[in-house]
Design a protein around this ligand. Structure first.
Ligand SMILES: C[S@@+](CC[C@H](N)C(=O)[O-])C[C@H]1O[C@@H](n2cnc3c(N)ncnc32)[C@H](O)[C@@H]1O
Length: 250
């Protein structure tokens, strides 16, 4: 079997982290955060929560403010610097490392990986390793939640590789897709001080059924799959899913 490679590249360094919150402003609005925190607080109950790719604390800080003890794993020290500078940010234990392999002290009632971040692992082997790593950190009966987009291949004509996913005055987003490897590169053309700058980031898209198999390899089973944070039904029209797998209680 293909083994996970070395530490992945950090695409959220000092050139990205200071403007992350501003560039993802819609994701920081109460309407985007509250249902996430509601669901995660329910899954955590009176236990601890572990966020993979904790970033600048978009979800971890409001979840901790609800009284849930939260810990995080994060590759980018620059993102953690942003988190630490926010109220409550100094109190969250964070392990710097790759969430596919990093070890964190103790066990957790729930672990979560939101905002498409499973796709930052760019091989099937590392995505499988992530599920296995989470399983070792969960207490019996604990859960693992992922929020990720569904692959947008229905709108990619045969032979085409480029998909425009955003076209606004200040930002154009174009995904370059390789269906043979499930790899993609998201190209962001963003207007900064009147000039468009290009930033590109690699991903690996992943099917819901493939994630279920990864969970099975890690000894977990699917408990819930919704089409969004308001627990909408997951259908063939769903553009994303929120899925929860469970480690056996015994
Ligand atoms: C899209 S941001 C999401 C941040 C935060 N979870 C949120 O919802 O705003 C992805 C984050 O995951 C981190 N990340 C990506 N791959 C990682 C890996 N293999 N191990 C640890 N952190 C990783 C990035 O550095 C970045 O902070």
């Amino acid at each position: 079997m293909q083994q996970p490679t070395n530490q992945p590249a950090d695409h959220f360094g000092a050139d990205v982290a200071p403007t992350y919150d501003e560039n993802a402003a819609a994701m920081f609005e109460a309407g985007a955060i509250d249902p996430v925190v509601d669901l995660l607080a329910e899954l955590a109950g009176d236990g601890r929560a572990l966020e993979l790719g904790i970033g600048t604390g978009r979800i971890a800080l409001p979840l901790a403010a609800r009284g849930v003890p939260v810990a995080g794993i994060e590759l980018s020290e620059a993102m953690v610097d942003q988190l630490r500078a926010k109220p409550g940010g100094a109190d969250i234990p964070i392990t710097i490392g790759d969430f596919a392999t990093a070890e964190v002290d103790g066990t957790f009632r729930t672990a979560y990986l939101v905002f498409n971040t499973i796709m930052n692992l760019t091989s099937q082997a590392t995505q499988v390793a992530c599920f296995r790593n989470v399983a070792t950190h969960l207490e019996p009966g604990g859960t693992f939640l992922i929020e990720v987009m569904t692959p947008r291949l229905q709108s990619l004509p045969s032979g085409e590789t480029m998909q425009v996913f955003d076209a606004s005055e200040d930002h154009w987003g174009v995904d370059e897709v390789d269906v043979a490897t499930q790899r993609s590169v998201s190209h962001h053309f963003r207007k900064i001080d009147g000039t468009f700058e290009l930033r590109s980031m690699p991903f690996r898209y992943v099917w819901p059924s493939e994630l279920d198999l990864m969970a099975q390899l890690a000894g977990m089973t699917l408990r819930d799959r919704w089409g969004g944070w308001h627990r909408e039904p997951f259908t063939s029209e769903s553009r994303q899913h929120v899925s929860v797998w469970e480690k056996p209680a015994g």
